[in-house]
Write a protein that binds this ligand. Sequence first.
Ligand code: ADP
Ligand code: MG
Length: 274
Amino acid sequence: MRIIAIMNQKGGVGKTTSSVNMAAGLAMQGKKVCLVDLDPQGHASLHLGIEPMGNVPTAYDVFSGFKTLAETRQLVAKNLWVVPATLDLAATELELVDAENREIVLREAIKKMAETEPFDYLIMDCPPSLGVLTVNALTAATEVIIPLQPHFFALQGLSKLLETTALVRRRLNRNLKVSGVVLCLYETGTRLAADVTDDLCAFLGESDPEAPWADAKVFQSRIRRNIKLAEAPSYGQSVFDYSSSCPGAKDYAGLVEEIIAGEQAEESPLQQAA
Ligand code: ADP
Ligand code: MG
């Protein structure tokens, strides 16, 4: 199972849009996918048409220890389950402050689910902060994908974020790695986007071989700015269901292909050893 944290402490960079459409695209390719909404704003849940009300179990119940992931997830499309979030989840940050093992709650929950029902992919849509929810995601993850909007300050925020992955790798999750950066809200043909992309590639190319991002790549698929991607959430649909041939659907389909291609890259060293 690949456990992917979609993370950037900046808001509005395309985390939720990428989490939802990657998850939907992978499910359409026959992968069994669970999307865990870790943002108290619940945008990923809403994007896929879930408006949790009343006693519907959510991610909050998983962090509180009242429910398992299996009891919380909802089937929203073929091969695609969502663990929804509501504003309740904001309380988790506070409630876990003094809890022992507060960083590993989600990892334990995922381990438990995987014992009885394996998924191919578990994708976590992180909130725009580096608080306890994001740390839980990083502790549980096998890899991190960072959506980045190419503008002047993007690389500054990136180093803070990468430091956090290094810290979590040292203390909590030795296997954590950053597999890639996906450029979102990309303005094709602008000088700025091209410059930031070059700087980013140079920065990643020079990284310390011991760093979690040593093998990180910039995905070839750039997610262009496309209004259909912004419209799809209000219909409770992934971009593939909302407008299957728009540029946004094409870009995310390309990204999904690259992610699936990464499966072989991950398996090959083992297969060679076998
Ligand atoms: P985050 O989760 O990082 O806060 P979102 O994925 O919610 O970011 O994106 C922020 C806003 O931008 C949302 O309204 C979303 O619909 C819109 N958006 C995201 N990606 C694109 C894109 N490629 N083209 C147009 N709008 C986009
Ligand atoms: Mg979001």
